[in-house]
Ligand binder design. Structure first.
Ligand SMILES: [Zn+2]
Length: 56
């Protein structure tokens, strides 16, 4: 996790950087705060869950 970033994970509106797809999941890393998350490539549930979470 980068220590020279002013944004915290809590306040970050994550911008997920995903590697090229090809497996059942993609390991995304936030461009801003370095947070990590797994995204499913087999269904859209990962993206749907993320969108729903951001509404709250
Ligand atoms: Zn972030």
């Amino acid at each position: 996790m980068p220590s020279n970033r002013s944004v915290s994970r809590k306040d970050c509106s994550h911008h997920w950087v995903l590697p090229r797809p090809g497996g059942p999941t993609s390991h995304g890393v936030c461009k801003y705060c370095g947070a990590e998350r797994e995204f499913s490539n087999t269904t859209a549930s990962g993206w749907v869950a993320r969108a729903a979470a951001r509404k709250k």
